[in-house]
Write a protein that binds this ligand. Structure first.
Ligand code: AHR
Length: 503
């Protein structure tokens, strides 16, 4: 049996948890939109063709903002194709995913869907094959109340009120050789700066995200951030981080410690941003939008799924449809802990993605929609992690990993909402075989009772939810949790994720 002791004290505040940290991502990719959120012939479809069973699940997931329409897709996207009368919209080649984009669902339809969900739109502009002018046109179309050609075109398209899009991504993964229009840091930084300045001239309220590296393993990581921020520091609010994790070569111990990598990634980008801040003698911070993160078995896409051929451009093919295990969900839950631990600087994040494509929600055409294992830690954390993130003062046994050296067996994060009189503690036991006993000193908080203790754990860590067995994995209550005289004790099964809600 391994053990961990920690204390939670409201004086050790990290920062306010921005609700936008619980964002997600819908890209025109595979069956994310078509046969995902939108399937007009489905028995559960509403009058707009949106699946109400999917809508219910997205609401239950609690995604606060949704990044759209890509991803790699956006770097070849002509936004004008996706507005105006549907019958006139062109069918286009999507080079990113070697598919056909019908434009049946476009900006207006997606915005209608978001209204039904109750989430905020985060739009990406194409800085791959296009540039500043087209980005300004899209911003005018979305946010200007009326009286100009583009804003009036929006009104004619059915949206009388401006869409009021607040967050904008200045392109996507512009450092990646796979990206249409990929550029050097210097070239991209100049383009992003010009575009950002123009967008602010048009709408001073926009919040802008400049592209960081597409991953910490990119050869230009670190230098890319320094050079890009050198050009854009005063023009932007956020720099993006993207990270995907997978179990490699059967090394489950390292995979379970993926949040160690995310911690280091965030801290490196924050240090680089702050270095540029010092050089610029700036008085504002550039924060992090971790706008793509998840478990993704990317090798499968590279080696098996890639579509090829000049005559082969399918519509909504099955792509990136990873089926997640309990172990994957424990890692997703742990990555959320890393985001919460950095609540002072990670002010937005997007679980990539939402439906069918590396997603917490799966659908079958004409059939059911169901929750993947990864749905559970996200939904519970989005519901319970409110107020201020608190540093947890932990002393804990370690275990050895091939990728990250010795790491804590028990990973933790805590939040405290003083106004609501609520606290939440999130715990992951990364040990492959041993349960962990955890003792938490809560005496610095007002007296509280334990309200709930949802837990994800299974004797088969590779158990999954599938079309034939959609409820194989669900949350259970961790009944070992007790709270008495300000001391909480709980036992965590091996490879498990637990949330403790107090109030
Ligand atoms: O989320 C899938 C893809 O991963 C996105 O399109 C791209 O931005 C990233 O490489």
């Amino acid at each position: 049996m391994v053990s961990a002791r920690l204390s939670i004290d409201p004086r050790f505040a990290v920062g306010t948890v921005d609700r936008r940290v619980f964002g997600s991502f819908v890209e025109h990719l595979g069956r994310s939109v078509y046969d995902g959120i939108y399937e007009p012939g489905h028995p559960a479809a509403d009058s707009d063709g949106f699946r109400t069973d999917v809508l219910d699940l997205v609401r239950e997931l609690g995604a606060t903002t949704i990044r759209y329409p890509g991803g790699n897709f956006v770097s070849g996207f002509r936004w004008e194709d996706s507005v105006g009368p549907r019958a006139d919209r062109p069918r286009r080649l999507d080079l990113a995913w070697h598919s056909t984009e019908t434009n049946e669902v476009g900006l207006h339809e997606f915005s209608t869907w978001l209204d039904k969900v109750g989430s905020e739109l985060m739009l990406a502009v194409n800085l791959g094959t296009r540039g500043t002018a087209e980005a300004l046109d899209l911003l005018e179309y979305c946010n200007v109340p009326g009286g100009t050609t583009l804003s009036d075109r929006r009104i004619a398209g059915g949206a009388k009120d401006p869409l009021g899009v607040r967050m904008w991504c200045l392109g996507n993964e512009m450092d990646g050789p796979w990206q249409l229009g990929c550029r050097s840091a210097d070239d991209y930084g100049k383009l992003a700066s010009r575009t950002a300045k123009g967008m602010r001239q048009l709408d001073e309220n926009v919040q802008l995200v400049v592209c960081g590296s597409s991953g910490a393993t990119m050869p230009t990581f670190g230098e890319w951030e320094r050079v890009v921020l050198g050009h854009t520091y005063e023009d932007v609010d956020f720099i993006s981080c993207h990270a995907y994790y997978q179990e490699r070569d059967g090394d489950l111990a390292s995979f379970l410690a993926s949040a160690v990598d995310m911690d280091r990634f965030i801290e490196t980008v924050v240090a680089t941003a702050d270095h540029v801040k010092a050089l610029k003698r700036s008085d504002h911070d550039v924060n992090i939008s971790f706008d793509e993160w998840n478990v993704w078995y990317m090798d499968r896409f590279q080696n098996v799924e890639k579509i090829k051929g000049i005559g082969n451009w399918p519509t909504a093919p099955r792509l990136l449809e990873d089926i997640y295990s309990v172990a994957d969900a424990v890692v997703v839950g742990d990555l959320l802990l890393s985001l919460l631990r950095h609540a002072d600087r990670v002010k937005a994040a997007s679980l990539a993605q939402l439906v069918n494509v590396i997603a917490p929600i799966m659908t079958e055409p004409g059939g059911p929609a169901w929750r993947q294992t990864t749905f559970f830690p996200f939904a519970v954390t989005a519901r319970l992690a409110r107020g201020t993130s608190l540093r947890t003062l932990v002393s804990c046994d370690k275990y050895r990993t091939a990728s990250y050296g010795d790491v804590d067996v028990v990973d933790t994060a805590a939040t405290y909402d003083e106004d609501a009189g609520r606290a939440a503690l999130f715990l992951v036991n990364r040990h492959l075989t041993e349960p962990a006993t955890v003792t938490v000193d809560l005496r610095s908080l007002p007296a509280m009772d334990l309200l709930e203790a949802p837990m994800l754990s299974d004797s088969d860590v590779y158990a999954k939810n599938t079309l034939t067995e959609p409820d194989r994995v669900t949350l259970r209550s961790n009944d070992t949790a007790t709270c008495k005289d300000g001391v909480l004790t709980v036992t965590l099964p091996p490879i498990s994720w637990t949330a403790l809600s107090l109030g």
